[in-house]
Ligand binder design. Structure first.
Ligand code: ZN
Length: 570
């Protein structure tokens, strides 16, 4: 008899009962403290693990169903419930961390689960205690204020009023006049609200500094590193890494900008020309969203092995929602539903090359979590830290290059060129955002004006090619207002560049020896978050980007490729 496949729409949702959960966790921890053997404690950790999986299962289902249709009243309520319930869960988790760290069988537990689990929960217990609970609520409020200020933003282009999101395609318009107007309008919104953005950011910087001091940190920088779960490198290594970017990537990015200018036949390339890459238009996927998904099946089928099994699973369980629709929340992500061993890919296709990038990128995340959930026993080891997590996704974008003509037909060479050129151009921008945040949080007393000045100075160092065409606001250092990470997830941004540098290594490897590369890639996915960043790099046979010379070595084959392409013909 064949077993019927349960599809996402049939996955059961039940809101956890917080009181019940609280007493259950309290009891578990009490028994843990009184346990007389390591084995007893190991079993209790597994029990706690199962409880956490149940909770995360419900949280993921509620989030996806709410995002898919924000007008669904039932999931609207559930979404609100989770917003309020999460801080409570954090305090349970902190109690759990404290109890496990104090175990009298610590050695035996480390032997069973690995040392990394303890490194992780040690960091978790360092970044939170009750004294900052109120501050954290305040921090969330300020971040929401930022999101809201961006979301309500309306500007006029060509006499038509639109949201900042709606302006985005016009900022890359073929018509230079429209492009200029759209960019001026877009940044004009931030300029018009400069005091509001300055105020939110100023309060966030001071609040985070206050929290860091309460927890015994010198300033917020190390607290942010701990929050990101970084356990095997510090701000010092990151500074050296940015220096390598300055020496080895910035000249390449400047050269690419020069080529763009020549390709377009301009005397000067201004900031509003940045997103417009080819006079013939940017590469677009040919065919409908449905055809993109069909080609996705074909691609993963040919990639074979575990990837074929994975994509078949995603498809048969209907673990995608990728079409843009009314009342559907913007954005794209991959999440995980532990009790069904199901990744879920969420996106909003819009007919540009973004659709293919989202499909390959999120499939990388999904394949990683699908693989690690089969190999890793505990929930802490499912996802790695963000620096490593983006390696799987960004590398998948490159590993799948061979199949790009399925999606782009005649545009595939154009897509590949702009994909890899975009990766290189992105790295100096990432370094700018990162260095800026170090300066800001090392000097929390800076005024908003001083901060923006500092931003512009750093920007000139890493992106000397940008010409703001006299735009006063951007000249004054206001670009970072549009970068939500600076407000919402401080110090996250460098992770994208670290992962990008690793993904470029996978790009090279998959061109040299695809079969072996797929094996290594699978190994890395299987490891999930069971190891810290630098140890994961070893599993992925990747060069440590913090070692002097590593970045130069990574970009050399990329330069070679870029130089071989006659981009004027694209
Ligand atoms: Zn990602």
């Amino acid at each position: 008899m064949s077993k019927e496949v349960k599809k996402f729409k049939d996955y059961e949702y039940k809101r956890p009962q917080s009181e019940e959960l609280k007493s259950k966790i309290g009891k578990l921890l009490e028994v843990f403290n009184q346990a007389n053997s390591a084995n007893e404690q190991i079993n209790l950790i597994m029990e706690f693990n199962e409880a956490e999986k149940d909770i995360m299962t419900m949280k993921s289902i509620a989030q996806i169903r709410h995002d898919i249709n924000t007008k669904d009243e039932f999931y609207e309520k559930e979404n609100n419930f989770w917003d309020e319930f999460m801080p409570q869960l954090m305090s349970y988790k902190a109690m759990y961390a404290k109890t496990v760290l104090a175990s009298k069988f610590r050695n035996e537990l480390e032997k069973k689960f690995g040392k990394h689990l303890f490194t992780k929960i040690e960091l978790e217990s360092k970044i939170f205690n009750q004294s900052i609970a109120e501050d954290m609520i305040e921090e969330n409020k300020l971040v929401s204020e930022y999101h809201k200020l961006v979301a309500i933003g309306k500007v006029k282009v060509g006499g038509k009023e639109m949201t900042l999101n709606e302006v985005t395609p016009l900022r890359e318009s073929k018509d230079r006049k429209i492009r200029k107007e759209a960019n001026e309008a877009y940044f004009g919104y931030f300029a018009d609200n400069v005091e509001k953005f300055d105020k939110i950011y100023d309060e966030l910087v001071k609040l985070r500094t206050k929290m860091a001091k309460k927890l015994g940190y010198e300033n917020f920088v190390q607290m942010a590193y701990d929050r990101m779960g970084r356990s095997d490198y510090s701000a010092k290594e990151v500074a050296g890494y940015r220096k390598q970017i300055l020496d080895s990537v910035v000249p390449v990015a400047s050269e690419l900008k020069k080529r763009q200018k020549e390709r377009l036949g301009y005397d000067k390339l201004y900031y509003y020309d940045d997103g417009f890459k080819f006079n013939s238009g940017n590469a677009t996927p040919k065919g409908s969203a449905d055809e993109i998904m069909q080609n996705g099946i074909k691609m993963f089928d040919e990639l074979g092995g575990d990837l074929k099994t994975f994509f078949d699973f995603m498809h048969s369980h209907e673990l995608f929602d990728v079409l843009g629709r009314d009342a559907k929340k913007a954005g794209g992500y991959c999440t995980f539903i532990p009790n069904y061993n199901s990744p879920f890919i969420y996106a909003n296709f819009n007919g540009t090359d973004h659709d293919v990038k989202v499909l390959t990128h999120e499939s990388g995340h999904a394949f990683q979590i699908y693989s690690s959930s089969k190999k890793q026993e505990i929930i802490e080891y499912l996802w790695p830290t963000m620096d490593a997590a983006e390696i799987h996704s960004m590398s998948m974008e490159f590993i799948t290059w061979r199949w790009m003509d399925l999606f782009f037909k005649d545009d595939s060479e154009k897509y590949k060129f702009s994909h890899i050129a975009g990766a290189v151009e992105f790295i100096p921008y990432g370094a700018t955002i990162d260095e800026f945040q170090h300066v800001v949080y090392e000097n929390p007393e800076m005024t908003p004006l001083e901060r923006r000045k500092a931003f512009r100075k750093i920007e000139k160092k890493y992106m000397p090619h940008i010409d703001y065409a006299g735009n006063e606001f951007l000249e004054s250092g206001g670009l970072f207002f549009r970068q939500l990470h600076v407000f919402a997830v401080p110090f996250y941004y460098i992770d994208y560049t670290l992962a990008q540098v690793c993904a470029l290594q996978f790009w090279k490897k998959s061109r040299d020896n695809r079969e072996n590369t797929m094996k290594v890639y699978s190994n890395l996915c299987n490891a999930g978050g069971s190891k810290p960043f630098l140890e994961l790099l070893k599993i992925g046979e990747l060069n440590n980007p913090f070692v002097d010379g590593a970045i130069k070595k990574t970009v050399e084959p990329v330069i070679e490729y870029l130089n071989r392409v006659d981009d004027k013909k694209l």
